[in-house]
Design a protein around this ligand. Sequence first.
Ligand code: ZN
Length: 259
Amino acid sequence: MSFRATKPPRAVLSVLALGGVFAALAPAAKAGTGRELPSRFMAAPFSLMSLTIGYPNDGFQLRAKKLKNSDSLKVKDASKDNIYAHPALVLMLERSAKEVARFEKGSLMVVGDLSRRDGGPLSGHVSHQSGRDADVGFYLRDAAGHPVVREHFTPFEPNGHSRWESGVYFDDYRNWLLLRSWVTDTRAGLVHIFVSSGLRWRLIEYGRKDPRFARYVDDVAVLLKQPAGRSVHDDHFHVRIACPDNQEDLCQNESRLGG
Ligand SMILES: [Zn+2]
């Protein structure tokens, strides 16, 4: 199935709501034609915008923004080809890394995969296809409370101890600075922060006891969740933003069931 700009099917938008159609669209878009989109999305202003198309687990993107390294943000070497996403997500990550570093000097956010430049299936992930998902490493500390940076994502027990390295701990305070930044960032449209249920409870408990964070706990608790079934997310946060307001016809907020 394909959509041609010259002869768009009348019911194209309702067809787009059917599962599976995005997989059929993706190859042509990856070739750079983009012609298979409904004609409305091929004209300005959409032809100039970053578009997120399909489902998180069955979709692609066009004209995505690239995430850049900075003093406060480091992309994992293994992820350097997979750091493209909708600008709302890229800018949110950049703002939050800066904010944590503003409160705790020298803090470095380690970021893993977003999406490939044109999206589509990404090795090692089910979602991350449409430019609305990103993996963000936890902030770590040593026994004295000093920041520790690791290039790899480090898994943690619910008690905050690294599963891999003795003397490395989950940095509750700086991870909360990050959560506070995300939950107060109304521009991005954040809808999920996936994390293991053990670390979720740890963060909620910590937040309730700390007057700097207590007022944000209810909002954070709604966003934090362990995804059903698949990976437990005990070594990174996985954040997802909502579909952009003007792209609801193209973009599906949640993953396709059975995908
Ligand atoms: Zn992820």
